[in-house]
Design a protein around this ligand. Structure first.
Ligand SMILES: Nc1ncnc2c1ncn2[C@@H]1O[C@H](COP(=O)(O)OP(=O)(O)OP(=O)(O)O)[C@@H](O)[C@H]1O
Length: 504
């Protein structure tokens, strides 16, 4: 890419398209590898012969390839005795998860496990994939099996450069999906698998997904070519492999079923002003089911949803909430329980794979959502885009700031590269005591905050901030101007995210 005469967006796109036309899906921009998803199996690109070709070869000597990047990272770790990271970023369906798997395969090839274990780390991490996918993947408009969480896979090495352990760390699980799904999309796969599981579905009083509010909002139940009952058995098998006991497996699916029943509890206005009550007999049934499955007291669960406790210096005050607030509490509970279940699963996977706490160095592969900008954006998009701004800052610091400092000290003659520093937007979001996150924290702590009061406070504090905009027709939305794309040091894409404020 850097050899192009005109280094601008049309030139870059044309170059990528022409190379793609010759089945060249990889292209370098300096040390960055751009991959264009082939959406076709290209086994010759990834076979043993290919891995052998790239092993130990100087970066840039052979055609651009994900193995070359991984090899360079491995060599740097061994020669500099320092941990390395590979960032895999892109929009949904771009091929991040596939690329992460290829990186792991290559690392196992060059650093094969030292302990004589028959199952390689790659195998173990891959074997845990069906489990992570059942609970962390869902159908989106872009991808039938879209990962709805970020993942940092750590491959740990001993002093001789052999793999000694691994761990998976997950980030930013899309919790909102548990209670809310858009048209043509689905909730997490595990819900549909359990509904199709026949005996277990009967045991937990489940039925077709159309009967559950958390699954029927999008009217999309099936995935092409997927048999949910078979997938359920695969998930169970993956749990066996990871070493999750039968009783724990039962507890996991009890929790999944409880969430579905929780979603069917509806509220109506209570007798007193601003209070709520359970709506009807059907809701009562689901409340009792949810309580039984979660092993809690049904009436206590109901009062937890219909009342809130405010802590004051004089003691706790219990206050009734209206039916819409009770429904928000119900959804918050469902999201929290699901997120905790997911984290628990990840911990179990890590115990099974085996981490090496004393590893010499590691190679981390970060597979994470790129910038997101939908028609309606929520707190989750704010977090995802903030994470991307942080990564961009890290990249700027290492590729531009530090590199150029080094040129300066070594008195190398070069022309200074202009880059957009995104520190201002990071400050806007994270600075204490006044930044978006601090103001949100404050709003959540004050009982009387509303979307309007939060927005007002935000605009009062950042009246003329170049990265913050007030959309014309709304009193509660705000827009952030993000910067992405500078990673290629040539494109600069401005992404505006309108965020509706939600109190969590
Ligand atoms: N290198 C590749 N070779 C062949 N097919 C690929 C390759 N990379 C991606 N694909 C195809 O693209 C699909 C989507 O890829 P993947 O799931 O890795 O995307 P993603 O970027 O992780 O998406 P999401 O963010 O939604 O999880 C895969 O199921 C696969 O069919």
């Amino acid at each position: 890419m850097t050899k192009l005469v005109y280094l601008h967006e049309p030139g870059v796109l044309c170059n990528l398209a022409r190379r793609y036309g010759f089945n060249e899906i990889y292209t370098y921009t300096g040390r960055i590898l751009i991959a264009v998803n082939p959406f076709a199996k290209l086994p010759h690109l990834y076979d043993m012969h290919m891995m052998e070709q790239y092993k130990g070869v100087q970066f840039g000597e052979l055609s651009p390839h994900v193995f070359a990047v991984t090899d360079a990272s491995y060599r740097a770790m061994v020669s500099e005795d320092r941990s390395q990271s590979i960032l895999v970023s892109g929009e949904s369906g771009a091929g991040k998860t596939e690329t992460t798997k290829l990186i792991m395969r290559y690392l196992t090839f060059v650093g094969g496990r030292s302990t004589g274990d028959i199952r390689s780390v790659e195998q173990q991490v891959l074997e845990s994939n069906p489990l992570l996918e059942a609970f962390g993947n869902a159908r989106t408009v872009r991808n039938d099996n879209s990962s709805r969480f970020g993942k940092f896979v750590e491959i740990q090495f001993d002093k001789s450069g052999r793999i000694s352990g691994a761990a998976v760390r997950t980030y930013l699980l899309e919790r909102s999906r548990v209670v809310q799904i858009s048209e043509s999309e689905r909730n997490y796969h595990c819900f549909y698998q359990l509904c199709a599981s026949e005996q277990d579905a009967d045991k937990y009083k489940l039925a077709h997904p159309r009967n559950f509010n958390y699954l029927n909002q999008s009217h999309t139940y099936e995935l092409e070519g997927v048999n949910e009952a078979e997938e359920y058995l695969k998930t169970r098998r993956a749990m066996d492999i990871v070493g999750i006991s039968f009783s724990h497996q039962e507890a996991i699916f009890r929790t999944v079923a409880a969430i579905l029943h929780l979603g069917n509890i509806e509220f109506s206005p209570g007798k007193e002003f601003d209070s709520s009550a359970i709506k009807d007999e059907k809701s009562k049934f689901h409340l009792q089911m949810a309580a039984d499955l979660l092993m809690v007291d049904g009436s206590l669960l109901l009062s937890t949803l219909c009342y809130r406790t405010i802590k004051t210096p004089e003691g706790n005050i219990v206050k009734a909430v209206d039916s819409s607030a009770a429904a928000i509490s119900r959804d918050a509970l469902a999201k929290t329980v699901y997120a905790q279940l997911f984290d628990w699963l990840v911990d179990n996977i890590n115990m099974s794979i085996g981490q090496d706490m004393e590893s010499r160095a590691l190679i981390g592969v970060l597979d994470i959502y790129g910038f997101e900008c939908f028609k309606y954006n929520s707190f989750e998009q704010l977090c995802i885009n903030f994470a991307n701004e942080k990564l961009q800052q890290h990249f700027n610091k290492h590729v531009f700031k530090m590199e150029q400092e080094e040129y300066k000290t070594e008195e190398i003659n070069w022309s200074y590269i202009e880059f957009v520093d995104n520190q201002d937007i990071l400050d806007l979001i994270e600075k204490k005591p006044i930044g978006i996150v601090s103001l949100l924290d404050e709003a959540c702590m004050l009982g009387k905050s509303t979307h309007e009061t939060f927005a007002m406070k935000l605009f009062q504090n950042f009246k003329a901030h170049p990265r913050l905009e007030k959309p014309k027709l709304s009193k509660t939305d705000f827009a952030l101007s993000h910067f992405a794309g500078k990673a290629c040091s040539m494109t600069s894409i401005s992404c505006k995210t309108c965020l509706e404020f939600h109190c969590f």
